[in-house]
Ligand binder design. Structure first.
Ligand code: ZN
Length: 318
């Protein structure tokens, strides 16, 4: 066993060195010279707020977060949930690490996968809500950026969760193909889980060809971010203050990946991303979006440097 681990570490080290070159993606030309106008009018009188709940973290050499990252610089990988409080129903965007995450990882992951999944757990999102006297009747549903273990982990800590996802993501998570990926079906296969499948409208929003205005008031806009998984979702939140966020799930793990057009490191990328070329295309889109709309705050789920700057529950940002 010891020999196996030594060999594994040696392979990872050599692989990391070989693959940490500085190459960035080439920026493609876009057919449209400008962004689509903000298609949905944002209603100004909607009392909307947003908070982050950190459920734990992992650490990794920066080189594994994006190509060209530093080998000796440690980076914190955040595992978060986002609480959006909206007059028509509050919801969580992702659930981070749940109460059973350690057993889930131990029972389902290979040695290599477990190496990349070591984590420090804080309170679960449910525990944080409970300890702050948050009334869970107000929680209308849980929306998942995708169904990977570190986003869906807290689902079954709720008694009868209503899960919003896409049908293609649901099919991916329950497919045989998911056995080789980071889906853990036990996290969301209870008969108590109710599912609602979202469909995008043929309405352009920013750089995306399709979108969904979740509350029909322009405050929360969902877009497809396929590639990392087959049916990942990104979420724009337009707050009353004028601050605008775009939560991009795992389309990239760090902001530098978007500014510098750098893919994930090949070793983790081959484990976690389903379709490399789709993720590359998303990265170029996100890069273009950030350049054209610099006031929009992009939030990769795992980038702790970005996450730490957001209001943490029970604080809210309005
Ligand atoms: Zn993921």
């Amino acid at each position: 066993m010891r020999l196996f681990l030594d060999k594994l570490l040696a392979i990872l080290f050599v692989g990391a060195l070989l693959c940490s070159c500085n190459s960035s993606l080439k920026l493609k030309k876009f057919p449209e010279a400008e962004l689509s106008a903000d298609t949905y009018e944002v209603k100004q009188d909607v009392k909307l707020s947003l908070s982050v709940i950190e459920t734990g973290y992992s650490t990794t050499p920066e080189v594994f977060m994006f190509k060209g990252g530093r080998w000796f610089k440690k980076r914190k990988i955040a595992h978060i949930s986002v609480l959006v409080q909206h007059p028509l129903g509050d919801f969580l965007f992702d659930t981070g690490l749940g109460s059973k995450v350690s057993d889930d990882v131990k029972n389902h992951f290979s040695a290599i996968q477990r190496t990349g999944s070591k984590h420090i757990k804080f309170k679960t999102v449910k525990e944080t809500l409970d300890s702050n006297d948050y009334h869970q009747d107000s929680l209308a549903f849980i929306l998942l950026s995708h169904l990977h273990w570190d986003h869906a982990g807290g689902v079954e800590d709720f008694i009868t969760p209503l899960l919003y996802t896409t049908k293609v993501e649901y099919d991916h998570a329950f497919s045989e193909q998911s056995e080789e990926s980071y889906f853990i079906k036990e996290q969301f296969d209870s008969i108590n889980v109710q599912w609602k499948f979202l469909a995008f409208d043929s309405v352009k929003y920013k750089v995306f060809d399709t979108s969904l205005d979740l509350f029909n008031d322009g405050t929360v806009i969902l877009v497809p971010l396929y590639g990392h998984t087959n049916g990942s979702i990104g979420m724009f939140v337009n707050l009353p203050s004028g601050t605008r966020y775009f939560f991009i799930g795992d389309a990239a793990w760090a902001l530098e990946a978007i500014t510098g057009l750098r893919e994930k490191h090949p070793i983790p990328r081959k484990q976690v991303d389903t379709n490399r070329s789709k993720v590359q295309n998303q990265l170029v889109l996100l890069h273009y979006l950030q350049k054209k709309d610099p006031n929009l705050i992009l939030v990769p789920s795992h980038d702790h440097q970005v996450v730490k700057g957001l209001a943490h529950f029970p604080l809210v940002e309005k």
